[in-house]
Design a protein around this ligand. Structure first.
Ligand SMILES: NC(=O)c1ccc[n+]([C@@H]2O[C@H](COP(=O)([O-])OP(=O)(O)OC[C@H]3O[C@@H](n4cnc5c(N)ncnc54)[C@H](OP(=O)(O)O)[C@@H]3O)[C@@H](O)[C@H]2O)c1
Length: 375
């Protein structure tokens, strides 16, 4: 009876994106194996006691969403599946045991507990869809007046930035951090978080136009890593910005040549955070096959002579190994979003029907911060 009482409306049918088969690479998957199909609204009678049904307003289009379509991310999905690790929307129904949220609440969904990056039954509900179902523990009221577009870009990026800069990097007020890929989702989150922590931020990227946006978002200095003829050495510029000393911490989400050059602009004993490798994404083969044909390599002579701490920073894997890492990290990110100091920047918004254009824009690197699709 209570279940009936909580069923507020007859929900209209919607749509969802389906990846029918893993691609050789993300662009192949998007072109050949992705489709927008009709989606009936989930029937509350089939849902669990602690389930929450969300009418999705906005879903993040992340780098990881792209790599998953070809199985080149560490967590390969089983097709057919709906992409969209993180999404936000309005509660349309909740089970009687799902106390804490109410119909009509504006919420974001935790991509580790629901959606294609999660491990259990809720994997089936990706964010590139009109509706999602998540267990109540995955559902948070949107903090700090964030828009739906901002809310679905909060947890993944800022938790990554927190894990890298705080848990692994032990970044201190007054230190200087060099942030590569600063126009990206996690990179821009790292810029915001490093500012929040009282560090000086030197942000890098390949595009002067995007770096101007990163400067507006709070970086103290920006350095372009690409010149007219290709990669551009940046050690002298970074050294000059630090009075010749070198940076205390490097946040490296780019890899490749940028990593090697970075080892020459750090102080002795610096912490070097391996966050990702956006410049060399194909460390696994397509179609979900394993192997590392293009693994990044760092020169051990520089690491040794500079006395560096090189720290691998896989946020999710570290959390699986040590679940105590998550509660404080989540609490800080939600609290700092509520106080208004962490506010995701979203440069590109697409209707769900244009999901291909959204994914291609993210892959090309047109985006500053977040990119979203709106069902
Ligand atoms: N450690 C973790 O737990 C964790 C969590 C999430 C993601 N990641 C990884 O971190 C990396 C960045 O993720 P993200 O979500 O921030 O990605 P993103 O939003 O696509 O940003 C990546 C940034 O890297 C820069 N970049 C430099 N060289 C590039 C190249 N050759 N190709 C593409 N981009 C290049 C781009 O900035 P410019 O165009 O301005 O140069 C781009 O904005 C990825 O490797 C991702 O897998 C790690």
């Amino acid at each position: 009876m209570l279940r009936e009482a909580l069923t507020p409306m007859t929900l209209p049918p919607g749509h969802r994106v389906v990846i029918s088969e893993l691609g050789e690479a993300p662009l192949d998957a998007i072109a050949r194996h992705a489709a927008l199909v009709a989606m009936p609204a989930p029937d509350p009678a089939t849902l669990g006691d602690r389930d929450v049904l969300i009418a999705i307003a906005s879903a993040s289009v992340g780098w990881v969403d792209l790599l998953m379509t070809s199985g080149q991310y560490q967590h390969p999905p089983r097709p057919p599946y709906t992409p969209g690790l993180e999404y936000a929307g309005t509660v349309a129904w909740r089970g009687p045991g799902a106390a804490g949220v109410e119909v009509g609440d504006r919420v974001l969904v935790d991509g580790l507990l629901a959606g294609p990056r999660s491990l259990g039954d809720y994997q089936a509900y990706g964010g590139f869809a009109s509706y999602g179902v998540a267990p109540v523990e995955a559902v948070h009221r949107i903090p700090g007046g964030l828009s739906f577009d901002q809310a679905c870009n909060l947890l993944g990026s800022y938790e990554t930035a927190y894990h890298c800069l705080v848990t692994r990097g032990r970044l201190q007020p007054g230190e200087t951090v060099l942030i590569h890929g600063a126009s990206g989702s996690t990179g821009l989150a790292a810029v915001h978080l490093a500012r929040r922590l009282g560090a000086t931020v030197i942000a890098t990227g390949r595009s002067e136009a995007k770096l101007a946006a990163v400067l507006r978002e709070g970086a103290h200095h920006v350095v372009c890593t690409r010149g007219a003829d290709g990669p551009r050495p940046f050690r002298d510029e970074v050294k000059a910005l630090t009075g010749g000393r070198g940076v205390d911490v490097v946040y490296d989400g780019v890899g490749g040549d940028v990593s090697v050059e970075s080892l020459r602009c750090v102080r002795f004993g610096a912490r070097y955070l391996i966050v990702g490798w956006a410049a060399t994404p194909f460390v696994a083969r397509g179609k979900g096959l394993r192997g590392a044909p293009n693994a990044n390599q760092l020169p051990t002579n520089l690491i040794m002579m500079k006395g560096l701490d090189v720290l691998g920073c896989p946020t999710v894997i570290s959390t699986v190994n040590d679940p105590t890492l998550r509660p404080p990290r989540l609490a800080y990110v939600l609290a700092w979003a509520a106080e208004g100091t962490l506010r995701p920047h979203v440069s590109d918004v697409f209707p769900l029907a244009e999901f291909r254009a959204a994914m291609e824009a993210k892959w090309r690197g047109d985006v500053v911060g977040g990119c979203v699709v709106r069902p």
